[in-house]
Design a protein around this ligand. Structure first.
Ligand code: PLP
Length: 407
């Protein structure tokens, strides 16, 4: 008798239901828009895609070659949870160059992108009921993952650096356990000065607070500084800061999934336990590519920064010239965070509807500022890390769209 016939029909169990805990995790606006762009393109539409924060540059060849060489050499096995030593040494040296003199290779934990490091950093430091301060607008994973820990989220306005410092200083209470910083910031581009970092340090110093400092755009500045000041460089702060960083942006390595956390000794074993349960280890050949990125020529990074500066000026100039739109040039990162509130109000559209209209009518994909929190109301984020072709297409489409009126 066939098996199916032998099984007595029974009432089907309820469909598998997801855990309640995971309901707090959100999706990410930029990935959502990127998926819509793919669908529109598949349907034959020409779209200028400035949605996702991804450098259009190819990963520099010497980095790719190092990864290929490692694969050929058989680096296809598990690696230590924290990452291979030469990469941790190279990362610590790069942090010394950023002024974090206390960075030690033993406190570096290599992760699958900065996303992995952020997830572990928030899980390692927050319990239900703890308070966490998160920038608003800010990178969506902060609030999503912090909510997943059960912590209470308080958001500080982060449209400009001095406003953000004031917001942090005023929001700290005895219950604050974690302050998330991001400088240069996604989406606003705000970048703290040394004095502003020192002011945040003073405000935090009297409390039992861990700072999670996301420095993914740390060397993507649009002036002549090599890197943005890090709070971990303040005396004593390496012991209370988790620095999160990535190879994705500075080395055009988004798809390699390589990042790291520099963790205080008191949190190292906890983050390692999270890492071994989450991903075990990062592929060895990816880590070899990371060593080449940090120890090889930085010429490609310099050229990329220079090129990004030009792209920023073109895009910001165009946005600022549109009726009802204003846009200040960001100090760092690669986003124009345009204020479209007057144009949206004139057209009777919400921020989300305005971003949808830009895509549907104008064929230009940006991300509604509200995807980064209520503080992004009235804004749309455009990435100028997109290729020159995409930027030229966007500039032309935006001009034509606004010339045709806002309906
Ligand atoms: N942090 C910020 C502020 C980001 O903008 C991003 C990516 O957009 C990430 C972290 C995640 O980067 P990764 O590709 O290293 O996971």
């Amino acid at each position: 008798m066939p098996y199916a016939a032998a099984v007595r029909p029974v009432a089907l169990p309820r469909p598998t239901r997801p855990s309640r805990r995971t309901a707090t995790l959100t999706l990410e606006g930029a990935f959502d828009v990127a998926a819509r762009v793919r669908a529109l393109r598949a349907a034959g539409r020409e779209i200028a895609d400035l949605s996702i924060g991804e450098p259009s540059f190819a990963t520099p060849l010497h980095i790719v070659e190092a990864g290929i060489r490692a694969l050929r050499d058989g680096e296809t096995r598990y690696t230590p949870i924290a990452g291979i030593e030469p990469l941790r040494v190279a990362i610590a040296a790069s942090l010394h160059r950023r002024g974090i003199a206390d960075a030690h290779p033993d406190n570096v934990i290599v992760t699958p992108g900065a996303k992995g490091a952020l997830f572990y950093a928030l899980q390692a430091t927050l319990d239900p009921g703890d308070e966490v301060l998160i920038p608003d607008p800010g990178f969506p994973a902060y609030a999503s993952v912090a909510a997943f820990t059960g912590a209470e989220i308080r958001r500080y306005r982060a449209l400009d650096a001095s406003g953000a410092v004031e917001g942090i200083v005023n929001a700290i209470t005895a219950r604050t356990r974690v302050v998330v910083l991001n400088s240069p910031a996604n989406p606003s581009g705000l970048t703290y000065s040394h004095n502003q970092i020192a002011a945040i340090g003073d405000a935090v110093a009297g409390y039992d607070i861990t700072v999670i400092s996301d420095e993914c755009y740390g060397n993507l500045l649009h002036d002549d500084r090599i890197s943005a000041p890090s709070i971990a460089a303040l005396p004593g702060f390496a012991d209370r800061t988790i620095v999160v960083d990535s190879f994705s942006k500075s080395y055009a390595m988004t798809g390699w999934r390589l990042g790291f956390a520099l963790v205080p000794e008191s949190l190292r074993r906890t983050v390692l336990r999270l890492a071994v349960n989450g991903h075990s280890c990062v592929p060895g050949f990816v880590q070899r590519a990371g060593i080449a990125a940090l120890t090889g020529s930085q010429g490609a990074v310099r050229r990329m920064r220079q090129e990004l500066r030009g792209r920023r000026d073109t895009l910001v100039g165009t946005l600022a010239s549109l009726p009802g739109v204003s846009c200040a040039p960001p100090d760092g990162a690669f986003y124009a965070f345009a204020d479209v509130s007057r144009a949206a109000a004139r057209a009777g559209r919400s921020t989300d509807a305005f971003a949808d209209w830009l895509l549907d009518r104008g064929s230009v994909a940006g991300v509604a500022g509200t995807a980064f929190g209520a503080g992004g109301e009235g804004r749309v984020r455009f990435s100028f890390a997109a290729s020159p072709d995409q930027l030229a297409l966007a500039v032309e489409a935006l001009r034509a769209l606004f010339e045709g009126g806002l309906s």
